[in-house]
Design a protein around this ligand. Structure first.
Ligand SMILES: *[C@@H]1O[C@H](CO)[C@@H](O)[C@H](O)[C@H]1NC(C)=O
Ligand SMILES: *[C@@H]1O[C@H](CO)[C@@H](O)[C@H](O)[C@H]1NC(C)=O
Length: 291
């Protein structure tokens, strides 16, 4: 005979006590929000502390290790870095799911959720050097420098003639298309569901005044493209794509020989056959990651 009985399931996740709070500041460190930590590590340098994790112990360990950002996760993990790669932010409650292993009165993030602190006493980040990301699949989005800033999603467009492919980055006309970017070995790689048969398209050149032309071939390392910390959003915010060491020379220009299509141009110049300099809009080429 089968007798049904209610069953209690314990998940193993520490119950949050009513008193646990997320400290808004600890010494010179201030709380920045609750960010995703999936599918790759947003803050890449893990620290271990003895005696159980606390917000104080983690921020202190990150400072000692030379980092200006600290993130607590899953009740007992401490991660540090100089910048946050991903930018998807959640409600603070998602980072208050677990208490700290070393202090049940403090919250220490959640599963795949980083409770992030910034050291306000640290020097401003260097925004003219390349940083290494451990991720791929960002969305290439052009963000205008005007106020309010407008965002334009970019996509590939094949403007090649007679069988040869030549891809431009232009304002996206395919809202449901997936576009993924990556910066690797000095090149900008872009993949779009608009071209299901194409491999990653590689941009390896950025010539002053022109639209970068991407091709379906892989060249030896050219060291033209890299990711940098944005001078606007700093350590917390999307990274930006730089070419030839500059993240601040990108523009979207209405292409006068292509129905005023909005093309990405590197460092626009006067008297170009395909656009009027005054009509170009300066943009940051941002790298926003999504879950
Ligand atoms: C990259 O640009 C330079 C200068 O415009 C040009 O000489 C070179 O051929 C380009 N490389 C490729 C692979 O197109
Ligand atoms: C403008 O359109 C032409 C034709 O598609 C293309 O070759 C060119 O690269 C585009 N953009 C610029 C800035 O020249």
């Amino acid at each position: 005979m089968f007798i049904w009985a209610p069953l209690l399931v314990f998940t193993g996740i520490a119950q949050i006590s009513a008193q646990a709070v997320t400290p808004t500041s600890v010494g010179s460190w201030t709380y920045q929000g609750c960010f995703i930590d999936n599918p790759f590590r947003q803050l890449q340098h893990q620290q271990f502390v003895t005696g159980g994790m606390t917000v104080e112990a983690c921020t202190s360990a990150c400072k000692t290790a030379g980092f200006a950002l600290a993130g607590l996760e899953f009740g007992g993990e401490c991660w540090c870095d100089s910048f946050l790669q991903g930018t998807q932010q959640f409600a603070d409650s998602q980072c208050a799911q677990m208490t700290c292993s070393g202090n049940s009165a403090e919250t220490c993030g959640g599963p795949d959720r980083l409770q992030v602190y910034l050291d306000t006493s640290a020097a401003p980040p260097q925004t003219d050097v390349c940083v290494v990301t451990n991720s791929e699949d960002f969305s290439p989005i052009a963000v205008s420098k005007s106020t309010p800033a407008t965002e334009t999603r970019l996509n590939l467009l094949d403007v090649g003639v007679s069988g040869t492919h030549a891809f431009l980055l232009t304002a996206d006309t395919c809202p449901s298309c997936e576009v993924e970017g990556d910066v690797q070995l000095g090149a900008l790689l872009v993949l779009s569901s608009l071209y299901p048969d194409a491999a990653f398209v590689e941009f390896f050149n950025a010539t002053t005044g022109d639209s970068p032309i991407g091709r379906e071939l892989f060249t030896p390392q050219t060291n033209v493209y890299c990711a940098q910390i944005s001078p606007v959003t700093g350590r917390i915010g999307p990274l930006v794509v730089a070419a030839n060491g500059h993240s601040d020379l990108w523009a979207l220009c209405p292409n006068t020989t292509a129905g005023l299509r909005s093309d990405l141009v590197y460092s626009p110049v006067a008297s170009h056959p395909h656009y009027t300099l005054n009509d170009c809009e300066s943009v940051w080429l941002t790298m926003a990651w999504f879950d």
